[in-house]
Design a protein around this ligand. Structure first.
Ligand SMILES: Cc1cc2nc3c(=O)[nH]c(=O)nc-3n(C[C@H](O)[C@H](O)[C@H](O)COP(=O)(O)OP(=O)(O)OC[C@H]3O[C@@H](n4cnc5c(N)ncnc54)[C@H](O)[C@@H]3O)c2cc1C
Length: 490
């Protein structure tokens, strides 16, 4: 059932086993898995009743705006509210609608590589291993209706598997791995409207309430007692309509990495060590193609693997899944060079890399307030470090050497040229990172806020490092694991 918060009278107190806040892939997956196991779930979404993310843009401007500085000041001034069109950046960044940013994401999916979970110079380890996540990645592969069987460690993402499906060949570039990325079928992309076992989240047993904005997380003595939630009226410049309370045994904050940090800061929750909002990361992407292949280096069968083509043309399965390959420095090479992960398209093009965790890259509260609920707005600062320059310079030199050894050649510009056109590109990571040490992270390995016994965080805000895989498949995997934890512990 989907209802509108405006129809819930002020003063109402709703109760549930679990309240999930946010209806992007993180929140919907957790809510789906919890209700499936018989838990009474309330799932709230701040957006008013819109069927298209384009229509919700004016509300987004009112509620997501604030101050974006650091590298944003030159490269992506409107990062917080980037509109759906009429802008120069290739990304739309984030949405405020049922389904969240999955209302227009690309569906590109791959598990994080085992190296990402290990501690590396400049990159903290994760308090969980890839092996521990594999059973949940397998469940996520089914939930996302990806192609093939995940197996014990991701067989349906391996190069051998795809070389077989596509009747193609791996180029085996020196110092690089070929990694395969699946794209989810278009009918499964929007988590607000897609079906799971034939029904949408709105048709499930979850009590889905749209037009229900979380304002405050009430907590004391290490426990959350309730959430303060408000709806908006129907005016073009909306004002608060009703105000109600939700009480649950556990709460899951799933508002995306920028809003997760803002909500915790607004409620002064989980910030005992000043870490909420810190280590904002992304996969910086050059706006234009900067890597050019000036002399070819792959044969037809190798090119087909990288482009996801069979000898008969583009490959797509019955569920709409597609696949492509990328060249990525091997784990050994990345550790030897002390660089982050990055990928290269076989035919050149945009550059895309793993940003180093940077304490100064962060989210805080702005001195201005939003025009609807009059709460402090977001202040976000995006900063790169010298290590990011090293990643670019060393990885491009490696790629050029590997291509040269196959008789080809590559051109790439200097770091300053590339840096001046980097954008965040929709992958917002860090800000409430996971660590088993409360002085180093906001949530523990179970995604529970260290200092609160019943508040959990879902989404890429909990990632301690970004790896190079797109984040959402791991977000979905972690939400399945979180629901499993809550289903067992509540
Ligand atoms: C153009 C683009 C392309 C992308 N392509 C890919 C891709 O190919 N592969 C990939 O892995 N990722 C991709 N992404 C990233 C992907 O969209 C995000 O990783 C994913 O949507 C994050 O899911 P989430 O549930 O954590 O947050 P979101 O999807 O952002 O959802 C957050 C939800 O919280 C709600 N909310 C916020 N504040 C409140 C509040 N106070 N009260 C109530 N509700 C609130 C919002 O309305 C929203 O519904 C792309 C992103 C963009 C912008």
């Amino acid at each position: 059932m989907i209802r509108n918060g405006r129809d819930i009278p002020s003063g109402t107190v709703l109760s549930a086993d679990v309240c999930v806040i946010g209806t992007g892939p993180a929140g919907v997956t957790a809510a789906w898995e919890l209700q499936k196991a018989g838990k009474k779930v309330i799932l709230i979404e701040g957006s008013r009743d819109y069927s298209n993310y384009r229509d919700s843009w004016p509300d987004k401007v009112m509620l997501y705006n604030g101050l974006a500085d650091g590298l944003f000041a030159t490269n992506e001034k409107e990062f917080l509210i980037l509109p759906y069109d009429g802008h120069t950046s290739p990304a739309w960044e984030r949405e405020r609608i049922l389904g969240g940013t999955s209302s227009h994401w690309g569906g590109q999916s791959r598990p994080l590589d085992p190296i990402v979970f290990d501690e590396r110079p400049g990159y903290p380890g994760w308090p969980i291993t890839r092996k521990e996540l594999d059973p949940y990645y397998a469940q996520a592969s089914s939930l996302c209706v990806l192609h093939g069987h995940y197996g014990a460690n991701g067989e349906n993402f391996s190069t051998d598997y795809w070389a077989g499906v596509l009747q193609a060949e791996d180029a085996k570039l020196d110092g690089f791995e070929t990694e395969m990325y699946q794209f989810m079928g278009s009918s499964y992309l929007n988590f607000g409207t897609r079906t799971f076992n034939g029904i949408t989240i709105g048709q499930s047993n979850a009590d889905v309430i749209i037009n229900a904005t979380l304002l405050d997380i009430d907590h004391s003595g290490g426990s959350v007692s309730s959430l303060q939630v408000a709806s908006m009226d129907t005016a073009t410049t909306p004002q608060p309509a009703t105000h109600f309370t939700i009480k649950a045994n556990a709460y899951v904050l799933a508002c995306g990495a920028v809003a997760n940090a803002r909500q915790l800061l607004l409620s002064n929750a989980g910030n005992e060590h000043g870490l909420v909002g810190r280590y904002f990361m992304c996969h910086p992407l050059s706006q234009n193609g900067v890597i050019s292949i000036t002399k070819p280096y792959l044969n037809n069968a190798q090119t087909r693997l990288m482009n996801g083509q069979t000898p008969n043309g583009q490959w797509t399965d019955a569920n709409g899944v597609r696949v492509t390959g990328r060249f990525i420095p091997t784990a050994e090479e990345a550790i030897k060079q002390g660089i982050g992960r990055c990928w290269f398209w076989a035919g050149g093009g945009q550059y895309y890399f793993e940003m180093t965790p940077n304490y100064n890259s962060h989210i805080s509260l702005a001195s201005t307030v939003d025009p609807v609920f009059r709460q402090p707005q977001t202040h976000i600062t995006w900063e790169l470090a010298d290590a990011d320059k090293q990643t670019y310079e060393k990885s491009t030199a490696l790629f050029k050497a590997a291509v040269n050894s196959r008789g080809g050649d590559v051109y790439y510009p200097d770091w300053n040229t590339v840096k001046s056109q980097l954008v965040v590109n929709g992958h917002h990571i860090g800000t409430t990172r996971m660590s088993s040490d409360p002085t180093k992270g906001v949530v523990d390995a179970d995604l529970k806020v260290h200092s609160l016994n019943n508040l959990y965080v879902a989404g890429s805000s909990v990632f301690p490092s970004t790896g190079i895989s797109n984040p959402t498949y791991t977000i979905i995997t972690l939400s399945i694991r979180l629901a499993d934890h809550l289903n067992q512990s509540l």
